[in-house]
Design a protein around this ligand. Structure first.
Ligand code: AMP
Length: 358
């Protein structure tokens, strides 16, 4: 509705199908021009009686789950967000990142949180606090909210909202993505683009956008995590190129100009977003698989780009190619990417068969 489009989503056994409801010039609603309705109520009444081309008759409306976004742990942590580490209980280790462990925790015995514990020496607390000050003020439903920090002693704790299903990279790989279809993939991309469009509007650069830094919550909610952290981590640049394990190669997500001249910008984030689209559409495959970072840098210099993956629609691939334009200025803005992805399924012309989006 935000973009002026109306869709109806029908749950048929276990699959959801989405249909675009169109309008005639005089405002009537229809799925097929042979049957039009002057109000949406009449539309719903009709398709409750007969499926007439829908995958099923309309039954009970599905409950819409509204998940409120919490920006602070309590009124006290709004300004005072250096908190006492004894108020945080670490319950279960969720994962292990390059810079330390991530735990599921409980704040004040009541609020579930995620706690990132940083390996001593991985960043200068002063640098981190300066960055955290900015991160604390970035607030958007598609960004992981920073709640509080414990920086007075090692290990530094970064306390954020907890996301039930962990990283998008792992989530895509579950059952080789057999339960994830194009509508959901486009939705993931649109949600990430929306969070990034907010960062763009705040003149903030992520620097490490990748599926491993997008987190998945309940009800198909996707949020961008770890924005800005790459700037404060002490990274051994030599190492980035020489890392043996593929997974530790942010080079494969990094725009050529950012690698060569360290020019990170929102446009280098757009390049990374293109790689993230590749991850989404391939269900979490490693980009440039089998190549080292140094090889990839060399290939990109010769204008090589990741090829169109099997099963990747041309339209989706075209968006990836736009993000990988050599000239940063020619890459789209996140605002444009967000709009394009939101309107992805809008058909150019009506036909009964293409009105249904699987
Ligand atoms: P990272 O250090 O950010 O790479 O995180 C390592 C792993 O911990 C990720 O791959 C996630 O599975 C998990 N993780 C990180 N942050 C969160 C969070 N806020 N909620 C739930 N799981 C998380």
């Amino acid at each position: 509705l935000l973009t002026g489009l109306i869709w109806i989503s029908v749950l048929d056994e276990r699959a959801v199908k989405h249909y675009r409801i169109r309008r005639l010039d005089k405002g009537d609603f229809f799925l097929t021009p042979r049957k039009t309705f002057s109000t949406l109520n009449e539309f719903v009444n009709y398709y409750t009686r007969t499926s007439d081309g829908l995958c099923a008759r309309l039954g009970k409306p599905c409950l819409k789950v509204q998940v409120p976004t919490t920006f602070d742990l309590s009124y006290k942590t709004v300004d005072d967000w250096e908190i006492d580490r004894s108020s945080v209980q670490l319950l279960k280790r969720l994962g292990y990142g390059q810079f330390g462990e991530v735990w599921e925790g409980l704040w004040n015995n009541t609020t579930p949180v995620a706690v990132k514990t940083l390996k001593p020496g991985s960043m200068d607390p002063k640098d981190f606090l300066r960055e955290a000050q900015i991160m604390k003020n970035l607030r958007h439903p598609k960004l992981i909210q920073l709640y509080a920090v414990c920086t007075l002693e090692d290990p530094i704790y970064i306390i954020t909202e907890l996301m039930r299903y962990g990283s998008l990279q792992e989530y895509l790989q579950i059952d080789a993505g057999s339960k994830i279809h194009l509508t959901q993939q486009v939705d993931m991309a649109a949600q990430v683009a929306s969070g990034m469009a907010y960062l763009e509007s705040q003149n903030y650069i992520h620097r490490d956008l990748a599926a491993r830094n997008v987190l998945v919550g309940e009800h198909n909610i996707y949020k961008v995590a770890d924005f800005g952290l790459a700037r404060v981590f002490k990274v051994d640049n030599e190492n980035i190129y020489e890392q043996k394990e593929e997974i530790k190669l942010p080079v494969k997500w990094t725009a050529p100009e950012a690698i060569q001249t360290n020019k990170f910008s929102i446009k280098s984030d757009v390049w990374s977003f293109g790689i993230l689209l590749y991850e989404i559409i391939t269900y979490g495959k490693m980009p440039y698989s089998g190549r080292t970072g140094a090889e990839v840098i060399q290939m990109l210099r010769q204008n090589y780009r990741l090829p169109q993956p099997t099963n990747c629609p041309q339209k989706f691939y075209n968006i990836m190619l736009e993000c990988w334009k050599e000239e940063p200025k020619e890459r789209p803005t996140f605002q444009r990417l967000h709009l394009n992805l939101e309107d992805y399924f809008e058909a150019d012309s009506y036909s009964e068969t293409n009105n249904l989006v699987r």
